[in-house]
Design a binder for this molecule. Structure first.
Ligand code: SAT
Ligand code: MN
Length: 586
């Protein structure tokens, strides 16, 4: 398959350590994949769904104690602790290798070891990064085939002496106490053990394309970000691109596949999706930022996805998709999750495989249940999806889930101030990671769980990049999640978010004014088009205010957070929070 000596030696070393019964190189050929899917069905790892209604689709159930990313067990192991920074778990690399090697010893006995060559980005493009994932999980093989570009073509692209990321995964015995998701950025290596949940085991995604790639980006002068990328075309035929960072399970997939409100559709607005989760961003020859999506599929949250909230995502899941931890309709062997429609199938199994009993009031699907769907299935996938050079960004949008404080939208004064705005992002936690849900935590650039090095250095990298971009995108912050006294969302969200994107793009093009406030530029309420929208001008005006009392609280929490970074906190950010405090307390 390959003459790459580093690769062959490593595979042999891993096989000697993990002691599998059999070793299989994944070629990417459909016949081989189909064999593996059949095998997955025979072992129970996969359940084949209704071939007429959901052709090529499967259900997978992970262990009930293994349903989300485990941030407490995720490590960045670089030589010096300060380079991992205060927001990452760290352990000395040698110590960690020793610990892990004991766990991997014999962990694949009686199992097949699969070797998956995969690419993040377009195979052969100068911006692609290659990886090899070794795994004992059929779920991982078939999912990596959806989420990345895999197979012999990747081995050819790596060649005899090309570089690649080493990724070793084993389910081992799924012991949560011995679960580790570990990154060795200096060795370009990832090791994951005792989990079978997507975010912990599909090593191309968060592990390579964010944690390792953010580290490489800092060294090589580019950026790996937790951002969707979308294209917006207005009725004049002007096409613009936006990248937007939100924490996990805050609606990135929905925004990336937005359907314009009816009036907008009639007028000829079009939205296309380049990516829903990860953006790799480089400076183009024209001095603009260009973004690509290194993935090949969507790993989206199932509950809440329906014909109204996200018909594009739903359509993407109608074939060749793997569903994880959703409900199973026993009458027709299809899947169901909360809010898919109003009729939960009575004769069904819940996400754990037990008979579902509506009387118990338990959801049928796990709140972090997922679909893994090929990007090409998505009706609104952008024509630029496969273009290695990517798309030029007019705007970068940050956003979190905040019941209070952050207004619907505001714009930073300039690039540096935009870095500040990203660095003070906060959001209520979701089911995407284990732990409490709904607690506000600081999540800079939505990268808190994904930055592969010291977040202080990461902010400095953003500031340094700004100096090199002659034509930078404008930077904004949005919050779709403001609630009223009864806890209802004030802004209707979903397709109506285009109304805010319209304002953002007019600002980016310098076509419209704004009100300067203590936190940045805020729209005049009348500049956001709410014709045909389920909100009135008063309510809109209400969520476009700077509520000083809330901001004072926020500034306290920002300062506490910043203090963790010591001398790694860029001076500009330290000064800016003081300046903002002064403006707010006036
Ligand atoms: O589980 S993943 O990290 O892949 C998805 C997410 O949490 O964003
Ligand atoms: Mn994500």
């Amino acid at each position: 398959m390959t003459n790459n000596k580093v690769l062959l030696d490593w595979v042999q070393e891993v096989a000697e350590l993990t002691k599998p019964e059999k070793v299989v190189w994944i070629t990417g050929e459909e016949a081989q994949l189909e064999e593996i899917r059949k095998e997955g069905c025979s072992t129970g790892e996969l359940i084949k769904l209704n071939e007429e209604k959901l052709p090529g689709c499967y259900l997978h159930r992970s262990d009930t104690r293994d349903v989300a990313r485990v941030e407490a067990r995720t490590f960045i192991c670089c030589k010096e602790e300060k380079n991992a920074g205060p927001t990452n778990n760290w352990m000395d690399p040698q110590e960690m290798y020793l610990k892990l090697n004991k766990l991997y010893d014999g962990c694949m006995k009686g199992r097949t070891m699969y070797i998956i060559p995969f690419a993040m980005g377009i195979v052969g493009s100068p911006f692609a990064k290659y990886g090899i994932e070794i795994t004992d999980s059929i779920y991982v093989v078939v999912s990596m085939n959806i989420m990345t570009r895999i197979g012999t073509q990747v081995l050819d692209a790596i060649g005899e002496d090309g570089e690649f990321t080493k990724g070793l995964h084993s389910k081992a015995d799924l012991d949560p106490e011995e679960r580790y998701i570990v990154h060795f950025p200096e060795d370009n290596t990832i090791m994951s053990i005792n989990s079978g949940y997507g975010g912990n085991v599909l090593l191309g995604k968060k592990c390579l394309a964010l944690r390792i790639a953010s580290y490489l980006g800092q060294k090589e002068g580019w950026m790996a970000e937790h951002m969707l990328i979308l294209g917006v075309e207005n009725p004049q035929g002007e096409k613009r691109y936006i990248a937007a960072a939100f924490p996990s399970a805050c609606g990135k997939t929905n925004l990336a596949m937005l359907i314009p409100p009816e009036g907008y559709r009639k007028d000829g607005w079009k939205v296309t999706c380049v990516g829903d989760d990860i953006a790799w961003i480089r400076i183009g020859e024209d001095g603009r930022l260009w973004a690509t999506n290194p993935e090949n599929g969507f790993f989206g949250v199932a509950p809440g996805t329906n014909e109204k909230s996200n018909p594009n995502a739903l359509a993407a899941t109608r074939k060749n998709t793997i569903f994880t931890n959703v409900g199973l309709n026993l009458d027709d062997n299809t899947v169901w999750w909360e809010k898919l429609d109003k009729n939960p199938p009575a004769n069904s199994l819940d996400w754990t495989g037990k008979k579902w009993d509506p009387a118990l009031g338990e959801p049928m699907a796990h709140p972090n249940s997922r679909f893994t769907a090929p990007a090409k299935n998505c009706p609104c996938i952008a024509p630029e999806f496969d273009d290695a050079k990517g798309v030029p960004l007019s705007a970068i949008v940050f956003g979190g889930r905040r019941a209070k404080t952050a207004p619907l939208v505001y714009q930073s004064r300039d690039w540096d101030h935009g870095v500040f705005v990203g660095s003070i992002m906060a959001s209520e936690t979701t089911a995407a990671a284990t732990g409490a849900v709904g607690v506000v935590r600081r999540d800079p650039m939505a990268m808190l769980p994904f930055c592969g090095y010291n977040m202080g250095d990461y902010w400095q990298h953003w500031l340094d990049m700004g100096k090199k971009i002659s034509n930078p995108p404008k930077i904004f912050n949005v919050n779709w999640f403001r609630t009223d006294e009864e806890g209802n969302f004030i802004w209707p969200g979903f397709g109506d978010n285009l109304r805010v994107l319209e304002w953002i793009l007019k600002r980016a093009d310098g076509k419209i004014g704004a009100r300067e406030t203590e936190i940045g530029f805020i729209p005049e309420p009348s500049d956001i088009n709410i014709e045909g929208c389920d909100i009135d001008l008063d309510a809109l005006t209400g969520i476009l205010q700077v509520e000083k009392e809330y901001w004072k609280e926020d500034i306290k929490s920002i300062k506490e957070f910043y203090a963790k970074f010591g001398d790694k906190l860029p001076e500009y950010l330290a000064k800016e929070v003081e300046a903002m405090e002064e403006r707010i307390s006036k």
